[in-house]
Design a protein around this ligand. Structure first.
Ligand SMILES: Cc1cc2nc3c(=O)[nH]c(=O)nc-3n(C[C@H](O)[C@H](O)[C@H](O)COP(=O)(O)OP(=O)(O)OC[C@H]3O[C@@H](n4cnc5c(N)ncnc54)[C@H](O)[C@@H]3O)c2cc1C
Length: 408
């Protein structure tokens, strides 16, 4: 599955950094993790740290799937407003999900700290039209009532603090900014130090589930026997299920040239540690990079055909720049690199982690879908590890396939 087009910034910035060997011989392990994107890397790190024997297999290079295209804004806020999530699943479940995401963001920020001494990041969720501001105000009240760290900002605050033209916003913490490619490699290295093995360019062609083990067959005709398997193949994971559980979409992104004029530099300084996004759907989002650029994303659409997505990259980049100029009139920016990537959206904005009734208890899916994929993947890694060890994580019912049946 081709999950990205154009020239994602992280691939340009870092090139191929890790050279994991192809699997050359048959192998056995406690747990095979299929997929070495950030989700598979988080799962492998967690399992290996807990003492399990892990083998990671990736069809391509490690971290080179949609992870390399990610803009990697790490937020505790969900794509679905908390107020709506509470309507769908109840207040207790919404609070549980929100708290878990907040804790995950704190943990991610601790694991991948920005430059020493830099302030903690915040997330700025702005609204522009009257109706959106009304909705945003309700969401703000609800989050406050739930005990979350939120601040309400009016038009003047936004203009004065950030040079942003919008009517209102919720400022929340915690938030974090990471480099998703380096984070993935770092996690895989950590997993290897705990005894895991990582094999790139080793596509899993089939899996056979037996009474005592699962037998994986790779395209280069090697066999891996594992007691348990974690499927962390990103958006391709859906292909193993009887029916899709999410809709694939395309999202577009660009990174600017380094900012050097004074007026733009002032804006960049003001939002250097702020993740900016909006209530409109599809939303515009942006963040700073450590080398003085802005990374901007959005313009999501329903395209799921790589060639069509490729063809749209430059038009979408122009639109993203136009939208940013409208919101931040002081910014003088141009695109250095632009790209697009696939992502998947579930009906309620929540991910799916754990076994599916169709494939039994030995196969665990790690489907960190949605705009918060990385935050979800952090939680999912712990949820799956707990399940493998025979414990139920508090979020297993809400983040598992069981909720699909409940909603029918
Ligand atoms: C443009 C863009 C912006 C985003 N912005 C954000 C953001 O700001 N914040 C956020 O939290 N999330 C964001 N996301 C989502 C986030 O990037 C994803 O949730 C995350 O990268 C998914 O990682 P993954 O490891 O699940 O999938 P992938 O990175 O796609 O990894 C899956 C891996 O599985 C391998 N694979 C597939 N099939 C097989 C097979 N048969 N055998 C072996 N290996 C196989 C692939 O080669 C691949 O390496 C964004 C996504 C995109 C595209």
């Amino acid at each position: 599955m081709d999950v990205k087009s154009g020239t994602p910034y992280w691939t340009i910035r870092h090139g191929l950094r890790q050279h994991s060997p192809r699997l050359a011989t048959d192998a056995t392990c406690d747990i095979a993790v299929i997929g070495a994107g950030i989700t598979g890397a988080l799962v492998a790190d967690e399992l290996a740290r807990r003492g399990h024997g892990v083998i990671v297999l990736d069809a391509c290079e490690t971290g080179w799937g949609s992870t390399a295209a990610s803009t990697a804004l790490i937020q505790g806020e969900l794509d679905t407003e908390l107020i709506d999530l509470a309507k769908m699943h109840g207040h207790a479940a919404a609070l549980l999900a929100s708290r878990a995401c907040t804790e995950a963001v704190e943990a991610i920020a601790g694991r991948f700290p920005a430059a020493p001494g830099s302030p903690a990041a915040t997330s700025l969720y702005y609204g522009s039209r009257g109706r959106e501001c009304e909705m945003l105000r309700h969401e703000y009240e609800f989050r406050r009532w739930m005990g979350l760290h939120v601040e309400w900002l009016e038009k003047e605050d936004l203009e004065g603090r950030y040079g942003l033209r919008a009517r209102c916003a919720i400022l929340s913490r915690p938030a974090a900014l990471i480099d998703p490619y380096l984070a993935t490699l770092d996690l895989l290295d950590a997993a290897c130090r705990s005894g895991a093995r990582v094999h790139a360019r080793t596509r899993v062609a089939s899996l056979r589930i037996g009474a005592r083990e699962v037998c994986l067959r790779t395209v280069n005709a090697r066999t891996v026997r594992a007691k348990q398997v974690v499927v962390a193949t990103g958006y391709a994971a859906q292909l193993l299920l009887p029916a899709p559980i999410a809709c694939n979409r395309s999202t577009y992104a660009l990174v600017t040239n380094p900012i050097d004029d004074d007026a733009s530099a002032r804006v960049l300084e003001a939002i250097r540690h702020v993740l900016v996004w909006e209530t409109a759907r599809p939303y515009l989002y942006m963040r700073a990079t450590s080398d003085g650029r802005l990374m901007i994303g959005g313009e999501d659409d329903e395209i799921d055909i790589p060639a069509k997505r490729d063809a749209r990259v430059s038009t979408k980049a122009r639109r993203l720049l136009r939208n940013v100029h409208r919101r931040f009139p002081d910014l003088r920016i141009d695109a250095a690199f632009c790209w697009a990537g696939t992502f998947a959206e579930t009906a309620d904005g929540l991910p799916y982690f754990g076994p599916h009734a169709l494939t039994g208890d030995r196969i665990h899916y790690a489907m960190a879908y949605g705009g918060n994929g990385i935050t979800f993947a952090w939680i999912g890694a712990r949820l799956i590890a707990d399940r493998i060890e025979g414990r139920e994580h508090a979020l297993a019912p809400l983040f598992g396939f069981a909720r699909m049946q409940q909603r029918r």
